[in-house]
Ligand binder design. Structure first.
Ligand code: NOJ
Length: 701
């Protein structure tokens, strides 16, 4: 859009919003600040009734195209000012076509991966009638015990900022009136990834320097590329709930960064300030939320029940309410919802059938995988194999392949690793056994939201043993064994933290028993967090970290195992050797007694907290040499920049791509800084592949 056209549009949008605010009643304005839940568990009166009286600005937790049009019709034709609704859902890594989880996409170290993937997610979600996704999740996390590490981009602010910007561009594009895009939401503002002990929702204590140097940069990157909405975090930050935190929501977000979109609370979080002890009752919670600049109340009805009265009694002015409503109306107008509020109900089927969506998913998954070990170049495997056994509880699990957030009517449909290998080896006999089940010791209520996840009775010891023996028998009859181990989708994500990072259940025991057979064994990991696979790291010569790779995950794993794609991803998080070593991350300050000095060491006497795999690590089927490093100037002044160039040569036999990573170190200063800080990176891809990347072809031989 030209500059002139843009400012004309902005003028029209502003005029429309002014006119609306003039005619809306106070109740209707408060209605715009209310987000109504469309799921069975949502509190409050029927959505239709709330919408009809102008009591809703947005609806969430509904995934039903026809129903969207029905509700929109009520809003447009029956509510007092006919303001369209925003339909919102958690489309975190795909709507119908599922992409690798965000942690995996960050492992690509290629911002094109999240950008293209989220643009497909946006196109599908919009075709379904959604306008707004609750992503990207931008919480830096250095503690692998925290379940939600799967939703973010890992431990590093620089890498995460690049991924944040890419995801926002993917969801929103450059123009929110684009009918193939959705609004993005930068969440959870801020600090949620630092909860005490990695326990979900627990309080967070962060110094301002940690906050500004580590936690806030991805959010700032999202603002810089024009993210339209923010979501606040659940927990207390330095003893003030993020939901009512004026420092975050006013000082940093609005005053310092100039954010002019709107903020939604996390679910029920405004009312929950009463439980947290920050407000004496719902009325005070509403006041704190509104005063701190929290525009929209996600389904706690605290604003609906109290805001008008707060204005009437003089605790709040109507102008303050207008200030909160304005950005919500503005975004609706900018999107063109007043002109085009309905979705074409025939569109979704056509959009989800587009073959390039699956191709993008396969490409994304290939680029996200990280080769952790490949002793003696055992991988890639030959396709001339007669009998392969594929073993493990996640080897044929669509849910584990798709990963977290497959909620609200999503039907699992991923190609599993077993299916991918079978498709790759049409002439081989590919056998399968799951081995003993794995399960959470303690369920979470989220399990009920996932399709096909009804909790089955636990395997008895005899059933578990029978499954173990059957896996061993299957292994005995094969020439080579591919073990697919890790976690199920509900073992990472919200309310899915754990104290241990070991492979759950009897997986390691099975791995050891299979290795003892003396046959070639390869390991594929499906998981949403770092796992302390210490025994495997020493005893299994070839290990591929496949994460939760999405719809085409099984095909992408097979592409890599059998050499049709060369892995080039790098870890976006440190893999600790034990859960109790967390938080563990690379960008630590140098202490008075550095880890290599003999004085006052070791850090623990019962096992060194050196990572099992460090941040930035990942192998390839080929080798690279870095040479000829050049720096444009020896010294620079504050505010100036310099260029660092290096030659990267593929010294192996296969085509491959490599990530050049630039780290800096401040030698001294009044504030000490980490020993290494990532400040630049580029995934260098051979020209012959780049064309294919653009065409979104998979590299098939
Ligand atoms: C709770 C989660 O913390 C948040 O990430 C999500 O977007 C909302 N619920 C809405 O489902």
């Amino acid at each position: 859009m030209s500059k002139q056209k843009k400012s004309e549009n902005e003028g029209q949008v502003e005029a429309r919003v002014d006119a609306l605010l003039k005619k809306m009643s106070l109740e209707e304005k408060v209605g715009q600040l209310n987000q109504v839940g469309g799921a069975a568990f949502s509190p409050g009166p029927a959505a239709e009734d709330q919408i009809r009286k102008g009591g809703a600005g947005s609806v969430l937790w509904l995934n039903d195209t026809k129903k969207f049009n029905e509700l929109q019709k009520i809003a447009i034709e029956e509510s007092p000012s006919g303001i369209p609704l925003l339909f919102a859902l958690d489309v975190i890594h795909g709507y119908h076509t599922i992409f690798p989880v965000p942690l995996a996409m960050a492992a690509s170290w290629d911002p094109k991966v999240p950008e293209k993937s989220q643009s497909v997610a946006a196109k599908e979600a919009r075709a379904a009638g959604l306008h707004w996704t609750f992503g990207p999740m931008l919480d830096i996390c250095r503690d692998a015990r925290w379940g939600r590490i799967v939703e973010g981009a890992g431990e590093d602010p620089y890498l995460a900022s690049a991924m944040a910007a890419a995801q926002v561009r993917g969801f929103q594009g450059d123009d929110v009136s684009d009918s193939e895009r959705v609004l993005a939401c930068a969440k959870h503002f801020a600090g949620y990834g630092y909860s005490d002990g990695g326990r979900d929702y627990d309080p967070v204590y962060l110094s301002e320097s940690q906050l500004r140097n580590t936690v806030l940069p991805p959010f700032k990157a999202a603002v810089d590329v024009g993210v339209e909405t923010f979501m606040s975090a659940y927990m207390d930050l330095n003893d003030v709930p993020a939901t009512g935190n004026r420092f975050l929501l006013r000082k940093v977000l609005r005053d310092e960064w100039g954010f002019d979109g709107f903020v939604v609370s996390d679910a029920f979080a405004v009312a929950n300030m009463v439980i947290q002890g920050h407000a004496k009752d719902r009325r005070e919670a509403a006041l704190r939320g509104l005063k701190s600049g929290m525009n929209m109340d996600m389904s706690s009805y605290t604003y609906t029940d109290n805001a008008a009265q707060l204005v009437e009694e003089g605790s709040l002015t109507e102008a303050e309410i207008d200030e909160l409503v304005r950005p919500i109306l503005t975004v609706k107008a900018k999107m063109g919802l007043f002109e085009k509020p309905y979705v074409d109900e025939t569109l979704l089927d056509k959009v989800i059938a587009l073959p390039e969506h699956r191709a993008t998913s396969r490409w994304s998954a290939q680029r996200s995988m990280v080769l952790l070990r490949n002793e003696g170049g055992l991988l890639p495997l030959s396709k001339d194999v007669k009998k392969v056994a594929v073993l493990g509880p996640v080897a044929d699990s669509m849910q584990a392949t798709e990963g977290s957030w497959m909620v609200f009517g999503h039907t699992p449909a991923a190609v599993t690793v077993l299916q991918g290998i079978r498709a790759k080896l049409p002439n081989a006999e590919v056998t399968y056994a799951s081995g003993p089940e794995i399960r959470r010791d303690i369920p979470s209520w989220f399990e009920n939201l996932m399709a096909g996840q009804e909790r089955k009775p636990e395997q008895t010891p005899a059933e578990s043993e029978a499954a173990f023996q059957s896996a061993l028998e299957t292994a005995k009859a094969a020439d080579q064994i591919i073990m697919v181990l890790g976690e199920t989708d509900i073992m990472a994500g919200e309310a899915a933290s754990r104290a241990s990072l070991d492979l759950p259940g009897r997986q390691e025991e099975l791995l050891k028993a299979v290795v003892a057979l003396g046959k070639p064994v390869f390991l594929v990991l499906l998981n949403g967090r770092p796992l302390s696979i210490n025994w495997a790291a020493e005893n299994i010569p070839a290990i591929l970290e496949a994460w939760e790779p999405g719809t085409e995950g099984g095909n992408a794993v097979a592409d890599i195992l059998f050499g049709d794609a060369n892995p080039g991803g790098k870890l976006p998080v440190t893999f600790p050797r034990k859960g109790s070593h967390a938080p563990l991350y690379y960008a630590r300050n140098t202490t008075h007694s550095p880890e290599d000095s003999p004085m006052y060491n070791p850090r623990y006497w019962d096992g060194l907290p050196v990572p099992l795999y460090p941040f930035g690590f990942g192998l390839s089927y080929t080798t690279f040499e870095f040479s000829n490093l050049k720096i444009s100037s020896e010294k620079i002044k504050l505010g100036e920049s310099l260029t660092v160039a290096v030659e990267v040569t593929n010294t192996g036999k296969l085509a491959g791509d490599e990530v050049a990573q630039l780290y800096i170190h401040q030698k001294h200063g009044t504030d000490t800084r980490p020993m290494r800080e990532l400040k630049g990176f580029e995934r260098i891809t051979p020209a012959t592949w780049r064309k294919e990347d653009c065409d979104l072809q998979t590299r098939q031989r």
